[in-house]
Design a binder for this molecule. Structure first.
Ligand SMILES: Cc1cc2nc3c(=O)[nH]c(=O)nc-3n(C[C@H](O)[C@H](O)[C@H](O)COP(=O)(O)OP(=O)(O)OC[C@H]3O[C@@H](n4cnc5c(N)ncnc54)[C@H](O)[C@@H]3O)c2cc1C
Length: 554
């Protein structure tokens, strides 16, 4: 029988219809000898057949075939047919190719942040791969552990310690990843358009060999059955003029690297001969706008850098001119935390000589000058700065607006983020689009834009897909009773000088050095890989013993 298969396959390499019957027979009678022969046949033709397809059926597969009919057989037939129809076209017939298996449903995941990585890690790769193609697409090919970004900005933690290649978990699960950005979504056709903006950047134009391509940015389209949107949010300037031009944002690795470099540049410049006192004062006036956890932690890390490391290595005369300021519209730091913590942190900053300009609104940013207004008195004044960092809020990723526009009218009344039901199904998408993390508001209950929420939403959604794969049916994804339940596990913030504040609901509130120890331990063990936990732990120890590296590389 095998010889007949090979003969027919050879003679009908361009005719998939005649080979189809043969392959179907092979698929249904696959024995050890058949497998060996068909593998060597393909090897002779220099066609790689993934081992999984030519291995005889395992007992588990045999059981599955008995239970679930011919799903596996259909996969095998489709794959072998493709190979016989296009034996010489590289890539096109490979299961390990950019083409998605047409016999499986396709889940496209957008993003590589907290939501996306937690979703991917929680998916049960083996079971899921039998039923779904999982494709992850993001312009960033790494995950960033944002809570330690302020530490990276001052050199307390090294950048690579909080960055994890997204390819690692994806490869482990047998999913696909493309480095590209979603630019357009057609909810009716269920397609996403992507482009790789990096390819048109100045660096890529200079350094990457040019690839013949219709579009220089290598645009491509992908069909999905389920789209998981985890694209996060972007910094919000609230329409304040001058923010984009004159402030640094603080959300990405590049921002932290710029902060580290620019702080250093200011101290080196201030140390130059013939700088006047006024010039030094202006240069070393640091302003952080936004007294939420990010702004507070950044001010705290800057304080540590200045008084632990700059103080030991730069001329002492500079120190008395340094001023660290934090501005917020609210009357306390950390306004979303417990009141006791807010008071403690505000008092701690005041004692440390970090200027808290509260009840203060930034009206405009000019070059090296902020125009601020006192909320109580209405008085406006100018505040010169050497460096200003905008840590004040987030707004919708533009892609979400695109998604809203492709959904039926009136399904998305909230124009500040995607609106989804209690099981994360985006309204108006017929259950084909899910959203997790900062880009979505759930109805009827909304949750804060934190990593903690993004992670729990991701786990909930992954569990639903795992269950669908287990049941070999997608019906459960549409279950109207499914509901995401959020459990708040607490809030932590570093406030400088090895101290922190921690609100652990139902347990206690911690403040000071003990909380600082808890914060360090928690951030070390919470990394997404053991490797990164090790690196973060070593960084913290290194900083404690030898201090921060204050050389400027950029
Ligand atoms: C400095 C800092 C400190 C923080 N500290 C804490 C903390 O201590 N605790 C806490 O709970 N939260 C913290 N947060 C908030 C937390 O980081 C966010 O809530 C969390 O990142 C949201 O996860 P996400 O997956 O929705 O978005 P993100 O993590 O922002 O990920 C978005 C992903 O989408 C990708 N993307 C963007 N546009 C597209 C597109 N068009 N197509 C495809 N992909 C796209 C991005 O490249 C990115 O990979 C902090 C945030 C910052 C900035």
């Amino acid at each position: 029988m095998i010889s007949a298969i090979l003969l027919r396959s050879r003679s009908s390499s361009s005719s998939s219809s005649s080979s189809s019957a043969v392959i179907t027979r092979y698929a249904s009678t696959k024995t050890h000898d058949d497998a060996k022969e068909i593998t060597s046949f393909y090897l002779r033709k220099d066609i790689h057949v993934p081992r999984g397809l030519t291995k005889p059926y395992s007992t588990r597969q045999e059981n599955e075939r008995e239970r679930n009919g011919d799903h596996w057989d259909r996969r095998l037939v489709a794959a072998l047919e493709q190979k016989i129809a296009n034996p010489n076209k590289p890539g096109a017939h490979e299961i390990d190719s950019w083409k998605n298996d047409p016999l499986k449903k396709t889940i496209v995941v957008l993003g590589s942040g907290w939501g996306a990585i937690s979703f991917i890690k929680a998916l049960k790769g083996r079971e899921l791969n039998e039923m779904f193609n999982v494709v992850v697409v993001s312009p960033r090919n790494y995950f960033l552990y944002t809570p330690l970004l302020p530490g990276v900005a001052t050199g307390a933690i090294e950048t690579r310690s909080i960055v994890e290649s997204i390819r690692r978990p994806i490869a482990e699960k047998g999913f696909k990843f493309y480095e590209a950005q979603a630019t357009d979504i057609n909810a009716k056709e269920r397609t996403v358009t992507f482009s790789n903006r990096y390819l048109t950047s100045a660096i890529a134009t200079k350094w990457l060999p040019s690839v013949e391509s219709k579009h220089k940015s290598q645009s491509f389209e992908m069909k999905y059955d389920y789209l998981v949107v985890a694209v996060g949010a972007i910094p919000n300037t609230f329409g304040v003029p001058g923010v984009e031009q004159f402030c640094l944002f603080f959300k990405e690795v590049s921002h932290a690297a710029m902060f580290r470099s620019q702080v250093n540049a200011r101290f080196e410049r201030a140390a130059l001969p013939e700088m006047t006192e006024d010039q030094i004062k202006d240069l070393l006036r640091f302003v952080i706008i936004g007294a939420g956890p990010t702004g507070v932690e950044l001010a705290a890390e800057l304080y540590d850098l200045v008084y632990n490391d700059v103080a030991k290595t730069f001329p002492k005369r500079l120190l008395r001119h340094v001023s660290i300021n934090i501005i917020d519209l609210q009357d306390r730091l950390l306004s979303t935390y417990n009141r006791e913590i807010q008071d403690y942190a505000t008092d701690f900053f005041n004692k440390a000589n970090i200027n808290c300009l509260l009840n203060t609104q930034v009206k405009e940013v000019k070059q090296c000058v902020l125009v601020v207004k006192d909320k109580n008195t209405g008085e406006e004044k100018e505040l010169p700065f050497g460096m200003a960092v905008w840590c004040s809020g987030i707004k919708m990723n533009p892609l979400c607006e695109n998604i809203m526009n492709t959904l039926p009218e009136d399904s998305q009344p909230n124009r500040r983020s995607l609106l989804a039901d209690k099981a994360l199904r985006v309204k108006g998408s017929d259950g084909s689009i899910f959203a997790i993390g900062d880009c979505v508001t759930l109805e009827p209950k909304s949750f804060p834009a934190t990593a903690q929420v993004a992670k729990q939403e991701a786990y909930f959604l992954a569990d639903r897909f795992n269950k669908a794969a287990q049941a070999k049916s997608v019906d459960s994804l549409a279950d109207p009773k499914a509901e995401f339940v959020y459990t708040h596990r607490g809030s932590l913030a570093y406030i400088g000088k090895d101290a922190a504040v921690a609100d652990i609901p139902g347990v206690t509130i911690l403040k000071g050095i003990l909380a600082g120890f808890f914060w360090k331990s928690f951030e070390t063990v919470s990394q997404v890989s053991y490797g990164n936990s090790f690196k973060v732990g070593c960084d913290m120890l290194r900083t404690k013993i030898w201090g921060r590296d204050i050389s400027r590389l950029l």
